[in-house]
Write a protein that binds this ligand. Sequence first.
Ligand SMILES: *Cc1c(COP(=O)(O)O)cnc(C)c1O
Length: 419
Amino acid sequence: MISLSHYQQQLDYLNKAEQQRAIPSLSHTGRYLYRDNQRLVNVSSNDYLGLAADTSLAAEFLALNNAETLRFGSSSSRLLTGNNAEIDQLEHELSEWWYLALNADHLAAHTGTAIKNDIEEKSDTASATPPFMRAALVVNSGYHANIGLLPALTKVPLATLILADKLVHASLIDGIQLSRCDYQRYRHNDHTHLRQLLAKADERYERIIIVTESLFSMDGDFADLKDLVALKQSDPRIELYVDEAHAVGVFGHYGVGLAEQTGTLADIDYLVGTFGKAMASMGAYVLCHPTVKAWLINTMRSLIFSTALPAVNHAWTRFILAKLPYYFAERQRLAELAHTLREAVAAVSTQPMQSDSHIVPYILGSNAAAMAKANELRVAGFYALPIRPPTVAKGSARIRLVINATLQDEELQALIKAL
Ligand SMILES: *Cc1c(COP(=O)(O)O)cnc(C)c1O
C-alpha cells in the first residue's frame, strides 16, 4: 500500500512555505494568454521574438507541408528507425548557420539580400576550412542535451574535473551528477573564484571542463565568454561548454547567440542551444567537433534511448531556422524594450539590477511579497510569474519579467506603471 500521508504531509509543508507548485490551466490566442477568462499580456514567456504566437507563420508552414510528406511520430530512436531526412538537413543547416556567424563581418550594415548572398557564398566555402568545423547533433530537448552530454564526454578514459557556475540550469546539474566526475561550483560569474579553483586543480586531472550558461535564466545576466576563452588559452586542459538556451535567436547578428556576439564561437568546444524558446519549436542541438559528434552517437544515452521527435517537428524547426538570421529588426526592438524595462525596474527596486537582457528580475525578497506583486500585475492585465526558492536563492523571491519583441509601447508603459 502506498503511504499517501507522507506525500500529503510534505505537500502541506510546501504549501505553508508558499512553495507548492501547480500547473496552471491556460489557453493562448495569438500573443494573448487567457487565465480564468481574463485576457493577459504574457510577460513570462520565452517566445522572445514572438514567433510562437505568430499564427501567420504556422499557416505558412502548413500550406507548404502535409500529412503525407511529414510524419507526426517517429516510432523509435534515431539510431534505429527514427531518423529522417528532416533531421539530417536540420543538422547540416545548423552547422552552416554557425559557420556563417563565425565569418560574419559584424560591423557591415547588411541588407536582407546581401545576407542571403552571404549565406550562399559562405556555405560554399564551409568544407574548405577544417580547423573551424563544427558538426551539429540534434536531440529531443535542452534537458536531453544537458543530461546526456557530460556523461558521454566523460566516458573516455581521461581524468576529468568539471567546474560549473553556481547558477547553471538544473539540467546541467543533473548532467554533472550523472557523469560521476569530480566537480566544483564557482560563485556566479566570479572568475576570480574560478581562477582560484583552476590554480588548485590537482595535476592528475587531464581535462577540465568549464560549464556555464551564456545568458542566465533567473538573473538575466551574461557570462563573460571572452574571459573564459582567455582562461582556456592559459591551460591546455580546459574545454568550454556553453548553454545558450536563452540567447539563441536573440543575440548575435545572425541570432546564433552570445558566443556569436562576443566573437567566441571558434573557442567554445560544446555549444548547446535549444529550439523551445525563441525558435518556437522543440528540441536542441550540440555544436561540436565532428569526431565528438561521432562519439556522442555512440555513448549519449539521452540520444540513444529516447524516441526521436517526429519529422513534422524538425521540418518546423528548419522553417524557423531559415528565417532566424533575418530577424534583425525584432532583435533590435527587443533590445530597446528590455533597456527601458531594466531602467524602470532599477528605479523601483531596492536591489541592484543584474540583468543585461530581456530577462528582468524584480527582486522582492519574501515569497509572500513576490506572490502579492504577481497578483497586482495580473489585475493590471499582465501574466508575470513569481519565482521562489528553491529555483532561486532563499530571500530572493522575485517577479521574473520576460519580454518579447511584440510588446507594444503602451503595454510596456502600463507594465512599468503597475510595478
Ligand atoms: C530551458 C533550458 C533548458 C532546457 O531546454 P528544454 O528544451 O526546455 O528541455 C536547458 N538549459 C537552459 C539554460 C534552459 O533555460
